[in-house]
Design a protein around this ligand. Sequence first.
Ligand code: MG
Length: 249
Amino acid sequence: MIILKSSRELEKLRAAGRLVARTLEELRRHIRPGVTTAELDRIAEEFIVRHGGRPTFKGYRGFPAAICASPNDVVVHGIPGDVVLQEGDIFSVDVGVTLDGFIGDTAWTYPVGEIDDEAARLLEVARKSLEAGIAAAQPGGYVSDIGAAVQAVVEAAGFSVVREYTGHGVGREMHEDPPVPNYGPPGRGPRLKPGMVLAIEPMVNAGTWKTKTDADGWTVRTADGSLSAHFEHTVAVTDDGPEILTVVD
Ligand code: MG
């Protein structure tokens, strides 16, 4: 069941979105060669709690940390630990914040120091595919218009879109209906309506779209070891079009 949000609820989702966006801003200042992913997780959790929020991911189905920390071939759901970021890595951070009962969910992939041209192109294309997906979140359209827009950008650049993981509705729960795939034909499934709030989150691989999961049960990697990038915003569908909630102001 898709839960439409009232204007009061949207206000709360904006506040949660702002705090989670500020958390990413804070993390970005600390992403550099030599830092461990556990250190970044500690910084994120402290920042969230200091600003009155709760790290949504921590404890979610037993996930042990505030952020998902996913370098290089890790697609999503990497567990922070003693991994040291290296010059030339790409590093995806996914973070959720619960504030006053509502959730903001966002992710970004950052270069660590200098990265090579192909990695830079992957980040650029993945970011643009998120922009295209958001632009497709128009009232009166269809949820599947979002994935079609994402897929077109990604495949035109010769990259691939992950199939097994999707975006989702967001509200009081982190994962609400509807699922928001990043591929497939437009014009299918539920209609987009004002009051819908969606996490749009393309996961883009340099090689195959196929993935595999580590023995820890969480860490998802590209099946072929190629690089993967992940960008996510929480977006409200409004009468005037899409509104990105996970922004600093
Ligand atoms: Mg999400």
